[in-house]
Every structure is written in structure tokens, then in C-alpha cells.
Design a protein around this ligand. Sequence first.
Ligand SMILES: Cc1ncc(COP(=O)(O)O)c(C=O)c1O
Length: 298
Amino acid sequence: MAQSMILAPSVKPQFSFEGSRQRLGCFAPKKRQCRPRLLCDLRITARAAYTADSGAVEIPRQWYNLIADLPVKPPPPLHPKTFEPVKPEDLSPLFPDELIKQEATDERFIDIPEEVIDVYRLWRPTPLIRAKRLEKLLDTPARIYYKYEGVSPAGSHKPNTAVPQVWYNSRQGVKNVVTETGAGQWGSSLAFACSLFGLNCEVWQVRASYDQKPYRKLMMQTWGAKVHPSPSSITEAGRRILEKDPLSPGSLGIAISEAVEVAATNADTKYCLGSVLNHVLLHQTVIGEECIKQMEAI
Ligand SMILES: Cc1ncc(COP(=O)(O)O)c(C=O)c1O
């Protein structure tokens, strides 16, 4: 963050986070008169201008379950061995009960636990930024906005679901969670969430990424996670790959197999997933719900 800040020469650094709405083309409530004190890059100043206002929108209190409004329900996930629709009892070695319920529920809105909202407050609401340059480039009368999720501690939207997943696990007394990571965003989000709620976190990072992105590995380790390159010799799935190809660069699929195997074979360990399932999508609706409120406030 410090890298992208430029201090105006005549201005002493004052971290009061004000910015000019008009100049930066970012969203801020209309009534506020902003004067720039600290010149930052567009994104940081845009966030500052938005979050500084005491009348800023509240973080949503509920997630929205899209399933409730789909005219045709999506097909259920299939059991990898039987190819039958998975039953809740198939999922319980991997996920805590509350997440399994969220996977299957038809309820339209689900309350966000207060403890999760408390953590969301570290970076939410995220900025809604007007893409003026894109509007100009397209020569359109439309006003285009984008929602910037990169302000989370891990740098992406992924903590939106990592935090509740870890919280529900901690409520059920789970002490260890495992996962895979490709680019490292999901692994670091889960490591961050585990550091908040005191869970042990183990991450299988795709070998190529493990070698190419040591800083992501360090981030996970800094948040207390144990990181293994995948394929690893720790799991049956990893060993089988390594036997055939000792220099395998790995893949997300292999890393998933390793993490799932560890969760499925250890009663005290659950698995966390960064996409695919409905409960993950559900948690990410905090972005859209918040965006609706911000749009209404413009
Ligand atoms: C199930 C699953 N796990 C892990 C990842 C990897 O995430 P990342 O590249 O952020 O590590 C993805 C990618 O979206 C994913 O779908």
C-alpha cells in the first residue's frame, strides 16, 4: 500500500483518508465535500473517500441464496464413487453441519453471524468505483462502476467465504482444516481466517505455484499455516502421481485430491473449498448485496 501512495510536497502526511470524489471518479455519498489531504493512487484514495464517511452504507446482515429464486434448480453434486447425488452424510467427514445445511437450503436469506460481520468490518464495505476512463474509452453515456475486492487482508474476494467457513468449523469444535491453493489467494485467505479463530491450517499448494510464488507461501506461513508443495509424499494421491512423474508441476485437481484425502481420513480435520459449492457462492453474495445498497445511496 505504502508503495502506491504519493504525498503532496506541501502537505504533511495526515492519515485522515479524504479524497476528491469528482476528481477520482469514485463513489462517495453526494453531500460530502472532500478535500484531498493525501494523494494516493486511484484505488486507495477511492476507498478512503468512500469509507471515511460516517453515513457510508452498512455491511449487509444477510447473504442471499440464489437457489431460492432459480426457476430450475441446479443438478446436485454427484458422489465421486457412486455418481449418485451426494447426501448430507457423505459430506459430513468434510464439512461442518451448518455449511452442509447451507449447501442444501432453499431459504432466500441467511443471517450473517455477528462474529463474521465483525471480521468483515476489517475491510468492508469495499469500494464501488466509477470506471470513468472505461466510460470514456467506450464513448458511452452509461455510468460504469466496479466493486473492488482487493482491499481485503489477503488481497481478493476469497476471505468473504474463508472467514465464515472457518467460523462455522470453530463453532463445531473443529481444530484443523485443510485445503488446496493454485495462485495462492485461496490458501492465504484460509490461513488468514484460521489465524483469527485459532484453527490449524494446512495447505497443499500446486508445485508450480509453490516454486514461482514464494511470497504467497510466506504469507500463508506468516498467518500460521503449514504449506506443502503438491503433489506431496504425505498422501496416497500425491505419492501415486510422484511415482509416475517425480517432477510433476502439480495441478489444482491433484492438490484438491490431497487435501480431501487428509480430511476424509482424519476425524479431527475438515476440508474447506474456495469455489464450486453453493455455500461458497452464498458467502460471496455479500459483494452484490453491499453493491445494491451503495447503488441506492448514489
Ligand atoms: C476449488 C478451488 N480451490 C482452489 C482454487 C485456487 O484458488 P487460488 O488460485 O486463489 O489459490 C480454486 C480457484 O478458483 C478453486 O476453484
